[in-house]
Design a protein around this ligand. Structure first.
Ligand SMILES: Nc1ncnc2c1ncn2[C@@H]1O[C@H](COP(=O)(O)OP(=O)(O)OP(=O)(O)O)[C@@H](O)[C@H]1O
Length: 259
């Protein structure tokens, strides 16, 4: 579980447009790393490149290296579907399969990976994942009801259960609370604090208080120039980034002078 990610010289292109410019970083296991920065500076693009998710968008291209511990996830012999099993993703809008039951939603990723399991083992896996996502007590009596019948916050925790059911090493979260009310947001933040003991977690957030609350490390991205792609300005201990950053642009952003 919980592996280190080492990225070197990552560039991501949409056609001719270079949306991410030469961004290198190390993401530590068993901790939360937050990506912050103004809209359009490439945070989501960079995040998606960490599990080869951009490959589902036609015309995208990646240069650089992404190592998961020592494994090069872009090596020619690596299957992107297997990578997404190791590096799970939770999206901005909760996206459970609406007509599928809560139970089937949790095991959807396991089924996709083609693993066959006896029913008792699947039951145990569903319970473990739902407990892990702090949802078990709320849904244990209605596992066969559709996922769409849950509240937004419950749906997002269901998506987290689905992501952890395949036992990934890393969880990538792209603004996981932006569609949620404050109570559900708090539930997800508490959950992130629990999950980080087992996983490597990376979260993109527009909410700087959230970045300060949940993360140990913060990476500040910015546009390299107007109309250009995004670059990494500064990365470090979250306390330091929010109280005493090295770069003027970081200070201007976190004090609300732009973005
Ligand atoms: N599928 C796509 N095709 C073409 N350009 C894209 C695509 N997705 C993103 N871009 C462009 O790449 C740049 C980076 O976008 P990205 O969504 O990664 O930024 P972001 O920092 O996550 O923004 P936000 O905070 O608004 O979500 C933007 O200029 C955006 O318009």
């Amino acid at each position: 579980m919980a592996k280190r990610i080492d990225v070197s010289g990552l560039n991501v292109y949409y056609g001719a447009f270079r949306a991410v410019e030469d961004v290198s970083m190390t993401i530590e296991p068993r901790s939360v790393t937050a990506f912050i920065g103004p809209s359009g500076c490439g945070k989501s693009t960079y995040l998606r490149a960490l599990n080869r998710m951009h490959e589902v968008i036609p015309g995208t291209r990646v240069e650089g290296k992404v190592l998961l511990d020592d494994q090069d996830i872009y090596a020619a012999n690596v299957d992107p579907v297997a990578v997404r099993g190791q590096i799970g993703m939770v999206f901005q809008r909760p996206n459970p399969f609406p007509t599928m039951s809560i139970y089937d939603n949790v095991i959807a990723g396991v089924r996709l990976n083609g693993r066959r399991m006896p029913k008792a083992e699947l039951d145990a896996l569903v319970e473990r994942a739902l407990r892990g996502a702090n949802l078990w007590n709320e849904v244990k009596d209605r596992l066969n009801r559709p996922g769409a019948g849950l509240s937004g916050g419950q749906q997002q925790r269901l998506c987290i259960a689905r992501a952890i059911a395949v036992r990934p090493d890393v969880l990538l979260m792209d603004e996981p609370c932006s569609a949620l009310d404050p109570i559900s947001t708090l539930a997800i933040e508490d959950l992130i604090a629990e999950l980080k003991t087992e996983y490597t977690i990376v979260i993109v957030t527009h909410n700087m208080q959230q970045a300060a609350r949940v993360s140990e490390t913060t990476a500040f991205f910015n546009l390299s120039a107007p109309g250009k792609g995004g670059m990494l300005v500064e990365m470090g201990d979250t306390n330091k980034i929010f109280t005493n950053p090295d770069k003027k642009d970081t200070e201007n952003y976190i004090t609300g002078r732009f973005g």
